[in-house]
Design a protein around this ligand. Structure first.
Ligand code: AMP
Ligand code: ZN
Length: 465
């Protein structure tokens, strides 16, 4: 069956044809390890995991590379501000190396909990400094670079196709529009390949180079490591949509200028997780981590399920109520799975084909989930076939259906029903009824907390005797 993927580069859904089938090289921009990942970041990694699982489902052999950014990502996505890792090290009074190590391990734990398959190759920026310098030398020899007082820059005006990934959007998203203007840059879109250590501050992470002591720019790392492990061009490069106008645009500029051939064939980008009306971001201060969800009694896989309810190219709004909904749906799926007899059976060909069509249509997971539920509810299919078919689907869903985790159900269905009734009353501005329901819920031992992301239920503390 053909697989279709939306390619940001051509702005079209295209038939996927790898460069060297059945092998697929896939590079996903990894985390900047200066803090815990937030669930917005994790949405992007879940999307990439679905992509990888869909490739595997289609019998491709995937070589997946993910980098760890442990140096050079500054507080703005361009070249101004402090290094995020060094800043956090100061704040936490630990070394930059310890910070990077600590948050790398935390990230690996998070993705494991979400059933994200580990990349085949992890690569750390700080392990590849010499490779970065080599690429900058190639660019220097070809006349793409210039020196300013704070670093070696890439001259974007030398690349006629600069910005082809972002297209028209680039105009609105030029770093100059939201980042301090640097008068030494020849063009506002130029970016640093190598930055000199500031004279007045001692950096913890710095290296010697032909241009002076300093550290690499953020974009050079992905250009170098992707090509080193996957060759050039390779098949698929992905990340969140915020990477389109700056990070990926600059990766393309460097790699294609250096080697005179395309960097990657397919570029896929995941939309944001939003909270309120803003994207979830550490800089916005509106972020939630996976541990936050766990502390509140949610299973990490409930978050994975929640992410599957939206297409990866649509924004997804996080609310506690929606997460509760996902948790309950997943519980129901687990309950059904546990009831089915564990005997060998063929999977149902028709359902499998529908499912396969949905995932091959640019990863239409909402549809794939709808098909999953249709199957669960279909009285004509024997239970043991439902089970084997669901296990087949779970190769892509990744919800541990073969071994459902025990999930504590903290709030009974009855209370949920009341909460929903109260929401309807509130929508109709029937405050009296809403208050009455609140009291009824309280009498049954639960307290409603109204938050900007919707109501949450908490178990009332028993009255002390
Ligand atoms: P960072 O660690 O900041 O480099 O980000 C890691 C990944 O998360 C990148 O691919 C970003 O594009 C992505 N990302 C950042 N914020 C969000 C968000 N609110 N929703 C989805 N993905 C995001
Ligand atoms: Zn990257």
């Amino acid at each position: 069956m053909n697989l279709y993927l939306y390619n940001t580069l051509t702005k079209k859904k295209e038939k996927f044809e790898p460069i060297n089938p059945p092998y697929v090289g896939m590079y996903t921009c990894g985390p900047t390890v200066y803090n815990y990942a937030h669930i917005g970041n994790l949405r992007t990694y879940i999307f990439e995991d679905i992509l990888k699982r869909v490739l595997l489902y289609n019998n491709y052999i995937v070589n997946h590379v993910m980098n760890i950014t442990d140096v050079g990502h500054l507080t703005s996505d361009a070249d101004e501000g402090e290094d995020k890792i060094e800043r956090e090290a100061k704040k936490e009074r630990r070394s930059a190396w310890e910070i990077a190590e600590f948050y790398t391990e935390a990230f690996k734990r998070d993705i494991k909990k979400l059933n994200i398959i580990e990349p085949n190759i992890w690569c750390k920026a700080t392990d590849h400094i010499k490779d970065f310098i080599d690429l900058i030398l190639i660019l220097e020899n070809k006349g793409y670079t210039y020196r300013t007082s704070d670093g070696i820059y890439f001259d974007t005006s030398k690349v006629p196709e600069y910005g082809k990934l972002a297209g028209q959007e680039l105009e609105n998203l030029l770093p100059g529009a939201r980042v301090e203007y640097n008068p030494e840059k020849r063009n506002p879109t130029d970016f640093a390949l190598w930055k000199f250590s500031p004279k007045d501050v001692k950096r913890q992470m710095e290296w010697d180079s032909p241009w002076g002591v300093g550290f690499p720019g953020w974009h050079i790392e992905c250009s170098v490591m992707s090509t080193k492990y996957l060759g050039q061009p390779f098949d698929i490069h992905c990340g969140g949509i915020d990477h389109i106008p700056i990070h990926h645009t600059n990766e393309i500029a460097q790699s294609e200028a250096a080697y005179d051939k395309p960097m990657a064939k397919y570029w896929l980008h995941g939309e944001f997780l939003v909270m309120g009306d803003k994207k979830m971001a550490k800089s916005e201060g509106n972020f939630i981590t996976l541990s936050d969800l766990e502390e509140k009694g949610y299973h990490p896989l409930a978050y994975r399920y929640f992410c599957l309810t939206a297409h990866y190219r649509s924004p997804l709004r996080f609310t506690w109520t929606a997460l509760e909904g996902a948790q309950r749906a997943l519980n129901r799926l687990y309950e059904n799975m546990k009831k089915y007899p564990k005997v060998d059976a063929e999977f149902d060909k028709n359902y499998e084909e529908e499912f396969h069509k949905a995932i091959n249509d640019d990863l239409d997971m909402p549809k794939a989930l709808a098909i999953t539920w249709e199957l669960v509810k279909d009285n004509k299919i024997p239970s043991e076939i439902k089970r084997t078919t669901l296990l087949q689907f779970d190769r892509v869903l990744g919800l541990s259906l073969d071994n459902p985790p025990e999930i504590k159900i903290e709030v009974p269905e009855e209370i949920w029903g009341l909460l929903e009734e109260r929401e309807i009353a509130r929508k109709n501005k029937d405050w009296e009824k809403a208050d009455k329901i609140r009291e009824e819920i309280k009498a049954k031992g639960y307290i409603i907390e109204d938050t900007p992301q919707g109501p949450r239920l908490k178990k009332a503390k028993p009255l002390s005797k």
